[in-house]
Design a protein. Structure first.
Length: 355
């Protein structure tokens, strides 16, 4: 039990989950929400919404759902409310959708499930509204593709206020912290002002064009997390499943396909830098447009960042395997420590796993 509690505490620290003393986030004020819907302040300012507060329960649900999809995209909906320029996401639920490695399609069954879920929520006294949707990008970062931009734009036209969240389960496993992003699209024909470049993230070469074409069609919101006494019981119950699965799995094995793909991607980008600096097409655009759009930052430096990130994640995975091996697979000596052979045995086991 101590290990379970410690792992949960570490997960909360890595994701900076704040323990709020008040349960005000869970109190639904129908009059306040109705007044906001009538005023529609977001129609006057495309950047009106700036923040997202996500409950630890909703965050864990999204992370577990995304992880269960493996290499296939998953999709779900977000429940909560709006306070000023902030989305409050209290809960999340999965949708029965058909997913592929590049897109997720909601069919009639998913829409029926969504309606039934909403009606059941109202029937049991949960008055929160649907405030957005989430889906996964397995292994290729948190951003909106062209299809995502189209989907979110339609939702913002007819179901405002509405939010889009993207989770990357593969990078969550590799990094330990939930890889997540929250976004809203701009109105059609709106030209956003020049903004400071966002934090750099690794985008596979095969996705660069889709990422670049739609990068000015949406903006990201600042995300923070919270928990309170009201969801503590549910969070503990859900954590029991998450903790066992995490402890029993190896990030090195779970992300080996991702790691191999990232190494191939780095090699492709290096080849692009070396031989096609002035050519058009997909690879040429990756090289030549970066200097214009990213304030002159060299593409080679970005490739170095990708390689460093991959190496650090791999080292972290190896370290985790060594710790688990010392704890569970090797006898404790009379002096209270692990046997001397344990360290070399572990290193011998993980050495063949290098890509």
């Amino acid at each position: 039990m101590a290990g379970k509690a410690g792992a949960k505490q570490r997960w909360e620290l890595e994701n900076d989950v704040q323990d709020i003393q008040s349960d005000a986030y869970y109190k639904h004020d129908a009059a306040e929400q109705q007044a906001l819907l009538q005023q529609k302040p977001w129609t006057k300012d495309p950047h009106y919404f700036k923040n997202v507060r996500i409950s630890a329960l909703a965050l864990l649900k999204m992370a577990m759902h995304a992880k269960s999809g493996g290499n296939l995209e998953i999709m779900g909906m977000l429940y909560g409310k709006v306070q000023g320029d902030t989305f409050i996401v209290i809960d999340a639920f999965a949708l029965p959708v058909e997913g592929t490695e590049t897109r997720v399609n909601a069919q009639a069954e998913a829409y029926e499930y969504m309606v039934d879920f909403a009606e059941t929520n109202k029937a049991v006294g949960r008055l929160e509204n649907m405030v957005g949707w989430y889906h996964s990008h397995p292994g290729y970062g948190c951003w909106l593709s062209g299809i995502d931009v189209s989907t979110q734009s339609i939702q913002q036209q007819y179901q405002e206020p509405f939010l889009a969240i993207v989770v990357d389960p593969h990078r969550t496993i590799a990094a330990g912290k939930v890889e997540i992003g929250a976004f809203r699209t701009y109105p059609e024909h709106y030209k956003p002002p020049d903004e400071k470049p966002s934090e750099y993230q690794t985008i596979p070469l095969s996705k660069i064009e889709d990422f670049g074409v739609h990068a000015n069609s949406y903006y990201s919101l600042d995300i923070s997390y919270f928990k309170s006494s009201l969801d503590a019981g549910l969070l503990d119950h859900l954590w029991g499943k998450y903790w066992v699965n995490t402890l029993a799995s190896s990030p090195l094995l779970a992300t080996r396909d991702l790691t191999a793909g990232q190494m191939r991607d780095i090699a492709d980008k290096l080849e692009a830098c070396e031989g096609q600096l002035t050519q058009g097409g997909r690879i040429g655009r990756f090289v030549s447009s970066g200097a214009k759009k990213d304030g002159g930052e060299q593409q080679l430096h970005k490739i170095c960042c990708d390689a460093n990130k991959l190496a650090l994640e791999h080292i972290k995975g190896v370290s985790g395997q060594i710790v688990k091996d010392l704890l569970f697979n090797h006898a404790i000596t009379s002096g209270g420590g692990p046997s001397k052979a344990s360290g070399s045995a572990v290193l011998g086991e993980v050495a063949p796993m290098e890509p």
